[in-house]
Design a protein around this ligand. Structure first.
Ligand code: SF4
Length: 98
């Protein structure tokens, strides 16, 4: 589904949270995001069980505000995502049923 959305809206590349977030879930990115597209939040019932946080690829406006606040450098523009973590594109989208 995410790929279909990008085919229709090629300007929306979205950012991706990758492996360094697993077990970290710092949440500074949640506060930095202007469109509230990083989940689950700390007050979300899913937060405790989630292994990491995820970016909604449809809602993300590609602003990059979340990148510098991440203490473990887990967030990447899609074009900059290391190849070893390409599967995280789908993992982020899947959390939102994309
Ligand atoms: Fe939110 Fe901007 Fe980061 Fe997308 S790039 S998740 S809109 S802060």
């Amino acid at each position: 589904m995410g790929r279909v959305v990008r085919w229709f809206f090629p300007d929306n590349m979205a950012y991706v949270i990758a492996e360094p977030c697993i077990g970290t879930k710092d949440s500074a990115c949640v506060d930095a995001c202007p469109v509230d597209c990083i989940h689950p939040k700390k007050d979300d019932a899913r937060f405790a069980d989630a292994e990491m946080l995820y970016i909604d690829p449809v809602e993300c406006i590609d602003c990059g505000a979340c990148v510098p606040v991440c203490p473990v450098s887990a967030i990447f523009a899609l074009d900059d995502l290391p190849e070893k973590w390409t599967d995280f594109t789908e993992k982020n989208a899947a959390f939102f049923g994309r």
